[in-house]
Write a protein of this length. Sequence first.
Length: 253
Amino acid sequence: MAQEKILIVDDEVVVAEDIRRQLRSLGYVVVGVVASGSEAVQLAAQHRPDLILMDIKLKGQIDGIDAARTIQSQYGIPVIYLTAFSDEETLERARHTLPLAYLIKPFVSSDLRAALELALFRHRVARIAEQRGRWLDTVVQSMGDAVVTVDPQGKVTLLNPAAEGLTGWSQPDALGRSIQEVMVLVDAERRTPLLNPALVVLQKRNETVQRTRPFLLISRQGAERVISDSVALIQDEQGESSGAVVVFRPATF
């Protein structure tokens, strides 16, 4: 049985009470029923519900869209909008708040249940992805190996601290620049310029590339260091290339 907490925001008393009854029958915990946007913000801060059912049209100084925007920015609580007929300008405002769903009045219990289950599932998935992203970022930033990522055009999208130390570039200065400019590589024996391995995998669509011998990295300040590296293609859910990652370190002999 579901135990998620829901806040109902609707200034039609009969409609709000009917929604409350339906939610309770579905096993949800209703933390409150309010009729204004300002009250919605207050109860959201007090109860931190898992989801808010928000009527777009509310009386008072702030409507449902303004209330949703404030709640999302301060507490990150997702919203399902309740609406009858709204003009295109209002709906466009609503879209910018990224609601998880819309429920068109009048709706039946099965519609409400489906919208809630889908919205809560999407929110859980998004939170897991966000947490994994923060975890991965922490790992990358704390790695002893240098890490550089690029987009499909070979433009730098990330440098971890180790990469900043070896290349002499800070991440803010490097972002958006060609990796050829940030990682200047030359053959250690011939002193000839080398194509960055990230560009090699992007051009050839190879999944991984690893050089057979070390080479020189010339930092932004002109310092030279022999390094070894490996590089891998980054692919999205459809298997399309979304960039590449280079991991490198000072070579040991």
